[in-house]
Design a binder for this molecule. Structure first.
Ligand code: GDP
Length: 463
């Protein structure tokens, strides 16, 4: 399968999704008697999506893709192992990272993964400050949940050296890295970059190469220790993943709602789970038992889902939601709860969640390493996928577009568009770098109003 074939196939698939989003939104604004047009179009779109998914699997192409991606994973993981386990700790170039950033579990792990990527890209080994012993989430520190990241202790690596801050030019053997917001200059290798030497292959094999690459670090970090492995295994056995497809929902509420994200009802999540099952039924030509796994910090979600959707098997129980509540209290039990949720989400066949939540983004990230091309196996009720501190999200126009209203902008083939978000209604918000140069770097404030324009999605990810 050539790159051209794979890229065209994926473009077809994502364009069908965009039409579905568009139709759903438009329908809400039409009078009731248009219902049959809508139902007809919607059903036909499900069939198209089913066919297009089947196209991604014919002639064992899904197995081929997964095997090829596994080779890349093996390559990257081996390289990580080599750097992390040097022969002489006292001679190795190293980067020191603070595990206990002042934030939730997902935020802390994303911080360490950013350190890990930075260490990797600059040929340094990653070492946790105080060997990760001081961690609010576990009395035993990092190894309370995970395998050690390196065979070198902080002491063996640093000795009596004075450790200075990181800079790209630094010749110091050991440096320490600030949080990403504290960097003077953002290095080029931060997401959405990925290595040139595997870029051709990745572009052919994966619909979202930046996530595939950055997720390799999180995947390595989240290798569970023996106890955690048993906890996750037990929870996975309860769900019996082998019994048929299952959609993972992550419902992030409590402190997030009204501060960093909006409230979304159980019905909004279930709507997209149901669409996914309908498409799978079209794809396989068989009825499929409805199953969802619910990860949440709100104990009311699972009982509500069970009550409102009796035709669904709803997994995820109150004890897990309780440990999510404990999450705010930083105990080993809460750590086990959130790690289990993230690992189980990554084993699901599809995710519905709010990508504003780091917990869901982590489930999605691990999925990329585990499941072949899983770049499109999600529906986010809010943000696009992003990695905190990443470079601008840019896409390139592949068709000209004449604005059809004052809310749209002109596109010419080759224009670079900075994307602020997909509105999941057939439109995204963003800036045409060619025409909108005054507002290119505006992220908030009054400039965003000038920038409040929409365009149909007709573009590809910039490599
Ligand atoms: P974010 O706030 O959702 O972006 O992610 P953080 O990880 O920074 O903070 C959320 C915290 O709430 C996590 O560390 C967990 O302790 C808890 N939490 C949120 N969602 C879930 C969930 O689905 N399951 C569990 N077990 N805990 C969760």
């Amino acid at each position: 399968f050539s790159n051209d074939y794979e890229i065209t196939r994926r473009r077809l698939h994502s364009n069908i999704w965009e039409i579905l989003y568009y139709i759903k939104k438009q329908y809400k604004e039409l009078p009731q008697d248009f219902a049959h047009y809508y139902n007809h179009t919607q059903n036909q779109l499900y069939s198209l999506l089913g066919d297009s998914e089947r196209l991604s699997e014919v002639d064992n192409s899904a197995e081929w893709r997964q095997a090829e991606l596994q080779k890349l994973t093996d390559l990257i993981q081996k390289k990580i192992e080599e750097i992390q386990n040097p022969l002489d700790c006292a001679k190795s170039r190293a980067l020191i990272c603070n595990l206990d950033k002042e934030c939730g579990f997902g935020c802390q792990m994303h911080h360490v993964a950013y350190c890990f990527l930075t260490a990797f890209a600059t040929g340094r080994m990653l070492v946790l400050n105080s060997d990760g012993k001081s961690w609010r989430y576990s009395a035993r520190g990092w190894v309370g949940a995970f395998l050690p990241l390196t065979n070198c202790s902080y002491q063996a690596t640093v000795g009596d050296l004075k450790v200075n801050g990181f800079s790209l030019e630094s010749k110091d053997r050991v440096v320490s890295l600030p949080i990403v917001d504290g960097l003077h200059r953002k290095p080029e290798f931060l997401p959405m970059s990925f290595p040139t030497d595997i870029s051709e292959r990745l572009l052919a094999l994966h619909s979202n190469p930046p996530v595939f690459f950055v997720s390799q670090f999180l995947y390595h970090m989240m290798r569970s220790n023996k106890e955690m492995d048993e906890i996750v295994d037990r929870a996975a056995r309860n769900i019996s993943f082998g019994d048929g497809p299952i959609v993972g929902l992550q419902v992030r509420r409590t402190d997030k709602v009204g501060t960093e994200a909006q409230f979304h009802s159980v019905g909004e999540y279930m709507e997209w789970a149901e669409i996914w099952f309908k498409v799978q039924e079209r794809k396989t030509g068989k009825p499929i038992k409805r199953r969802v796994y619910v990860a949440t910090d709100d104990p009311s979600v699972v009982p509500e889902a069970r009550k409102l959707y009796p035709q669904y098997a709803v997994y995820g129980d109150i004890s897990i939601a309780d440990t999510a509540q404990l999450g705010k209290r930083y105990t080993d039990a809460s750590l086990a709860g959130v790690v289990t949720d993230i690992q189980l989400l990554s084993k699901c066949d599809y995710l519905v969640c709010t990508f504003s939540s780091q917990v869901c983004r982590m489930g999605f990230e691990l999925m990329q390493v585990l499941k072949g091309d899983a770049g499109e196996l999600f529906h986010s009720l809010d943000d696009l996928y992003y990695y905190g501190g990443q470079h601008a999200h840019e896409q390139i126009a592949v068709e000209d577009h004449e604005p059809e209203s004052d809310k749209e902008i002109e596109l010419k083939v080759g224009d670079v568009i900075g994307i602020a978000g997909n509105h999941w209604d057939g439109f995204s918000k963003g800036t045409n770098r060619r025409t909108g140069y005054q507002t290119v770097h505006a992220v908030n404030g009054p400039l965003i109003v000038i920038n409040d324009v929409k365009f149909p999605r007709m573009m590809e990810i910039v490599n």
